[in-house]
Design a protein around this ligand. Structure first.
Ligand code: HEC
Length: 504
């Protein structure tokens, strides 16, 4: 996932607005070109891929919501043949003349352009059972499907394109044995251990694993149009808080999503809406220790739209008994309280609207200190405290160069070989977006350390109740490791962007 943050986190809504504009423009163009009546024009617009479909790349930015919408469509229309995971093992595939190709390998970058995929879905494939969907699905829906197909994870062997500038004589003598397709050493073992006791979000619903080998249980039943994510648990009341997002209807003139903050029991009973906002998104709630209040990011239009129609993220505290809300910090996102409730970690959005710092403040927002400055990092995501409040883990893109132990090193001490190796590392995550890794830092700003080099897609890390372990969920699976980065292994290949919490 490329852009989970503000303003990037909103990019998908901006994109939807843009897409609407494109569709409207295309329609207007068709109306002008054609003498025929409106009804015929509309029918034609639905059948023929217009301007947006001619783009080589999808006009949609791949984001959680895009992928989730695509996933719903895929399940409804495609899984019957291609199978839920794209492997060609759907129930209807048995009745086809020839076995289906593995879609997962077909949608990896470099083989087919987004426009190729669009074309195959819209017009079908000649001499095959692949139906044409242009009459049943809108352009936007087909692009959502393309976005979802692109999120299919590549198999472990990755063909690494060699940058042409790496093929100079100098570098070939340094690394003489580079092949066009290299088998990367495994970044982690796959263990298929039972999940620890967790609440997590998958496919737009909240799930619960009890720590046994039993399958996790789905605890919410949101259907298409409302996607649940970011569950957090509080032992004080046994409640789970989470948010839902509903993308704006494709016909809406306002590109804003609606969002709601819920609480419920761990078994899914007694769901209550604490805050519903029709023109904003709510994101990443965090409990106060007594379970009586939640901190959450609110991002929406200002109260007075004339003043500014720009979205500014705020950290808001909501008292659950009274419903009273109080803005704690402006231009801040991803709030997370320490378990004793005495420290509040959050991300401060800088004036350029794109870079951020990791901050720690008092829970009323006072005494804010910068713990990790934004320099060198392209993005941060979801800081979480260790149980003792002394350490923070967070996900980040880029960051300072580090040594083998993950400790930052001065740029000049990086060897040429490291530089070359660096070019070859990222492809693992390329299938679905910017490469994120997990970092830690002491809450006083010392001890910055990179914990992973797995380039996951929007990983979120949380501590175990005893602080001795981390569990991480990214789009490519669930992982477990020690808080120093050792013993990293993937415990489940089923991941998501939905976020998680370890039940204490
Ligand atoms: C009736 C069965 C069936 C259904 C339903 C179906 N497909 Fe296909 N699909 C096929 C067949 C058959 C092929 C071509 C042969 C192959 O890929 O093995 C194909 C090919 C494709 C390809 C091209 C792969 C390539 O190698 O170029 C894409 C992409 C694709 N399907 C996507 C979809 C999507 C998205 C949907 C749902 C909107 C869908 N299909 C629904 C049967 C189906």
């Amino acid at each position: 996932m490329k852009h989970p943050f503000l303003p990037r986190r909103l990019a998908v809504y901006g994109t939807i607005a843009l897409l609407l504009l494109l569709v409207l423009t295309a329609e207007a163009w068709i109306n002008r070109q054609s003498r025929s009546d409106m009804a015929e024009d509309t029918a034609r617009a639905a059948r023929t891929p217009s301007s947006t479909a001619n783009a080589q790349r999808s006009p949609l930015r791949v984001d959680t919501q895009t992928v989730l919408v695509g996933q719903q469509l895929y399940r409804a229309y495609c899984a019957t043949c291609h199978g839920t995971s794209g492997r060609g093992d759907g129930p209807a595939a048995q009745n086809l003349d020839a076995p289906l190709a593995d879609l997962v390998t077909r949608v990896q970058p470099g083989l087919l352009t987004d426009a190729d995929l669009y074309g195959r879905i819209a017009t079908g494939m000649p001499d095959s059972a692949m139906p044409a969907y242009a009459d049943q699905l809108t352009e936007e829906q087909i692009w959502y499907l393309v976005a979802y197909l692109r999120s299919f994870k590549a198999p472990a062997v990755v063909a690494v394109p060699i940058p042409t500038f790496a093929l100079t004589a100098t570098i070939q003598t340094v690394v003489p044995t580079i092949d066009l397709s290299v088998e990367l050493p495994p970044l982690y073992a796959d263990t298929n251990e039972p999940l620890p006791p967790l609440v997590f979000a998958r496919s737009g619903n909240i799930w619960h694993s009890d720590g046994s080998a039993a399958d996790p249980l789905q605890r919410t039943q949101f259907a298409e149009g409302e996607y649940a994510g970011q569950p957090v648990y509080t032992p004080s009341t046994g409640r789970v808080a989470f948010v839902t997002v509903s993308p704006p209807p494709i016909t809406s003139t306002s590109p804003y999503p609606a969002s709601a903050l819920y609480t419920m029991n761990l078994d899914g009973s007694d769901q209550q809406v604490m805050w519903r906002s029709d023109n904003a998104s709510l994101y990443l709630p965090s409990w106060t220790p007594d379970g009586n209040a939640l901190f959450v990011m609110h991002n929406g239009v200002q109260d007075d739209p004339a003043q500014s129609d720009d979205w500014r993220p705020q950290v808001v505290r909501i008292d659950l008994a009274s419903g009273a809300r109080q803005v704690i910090i402006e231009d801040a996102l991803d709030p997370s309280l320490s378990l004793d409730g005495r420290k509040l970690a959050y991300l401060r959005l800088h004036d350029d609207n794109s870079t951020m710092s990791l901050m720690v403040a008092n829970p009323d927002g006072s005494d804010a200190r910068e713990v990790v400055p934004g320099d060198g990092f392209s993005s941060f995501f979801a800081p979480r405290f260790s149980p003792d409040g002394n350490t923070l883990v967070f996900a980040a893109i880029d960051g300072p160069a580090t040594d083998a132990k993950g400790m930052p090193v001065a740029a000049t001490t990086r060897s040429l070989v490291d530089g070359v190796v660096g070019w070859f590392q990222p492809p693992v995550a390329e299938a679905h977006g910017a490469p994120w890794d997990v970092w830690r830092v002491n809450s006083d700003g010392t001890g910055l350390q990179r914990l992973t080099s797995f380039y996951e897609d929007l990983p979120m890390a949380v501590f175990s109740p005893d602080g001795a372990e981390l569990v991480i969920m990214g789009y490519g699976g669930m992982y477990r490791m020690r808080p120093d980065g050792s013993e990293l292994r993937r415990i489940s290949p089923l991941g998501d962007h939905g976020a998680l919490d370890w039940i204490r």
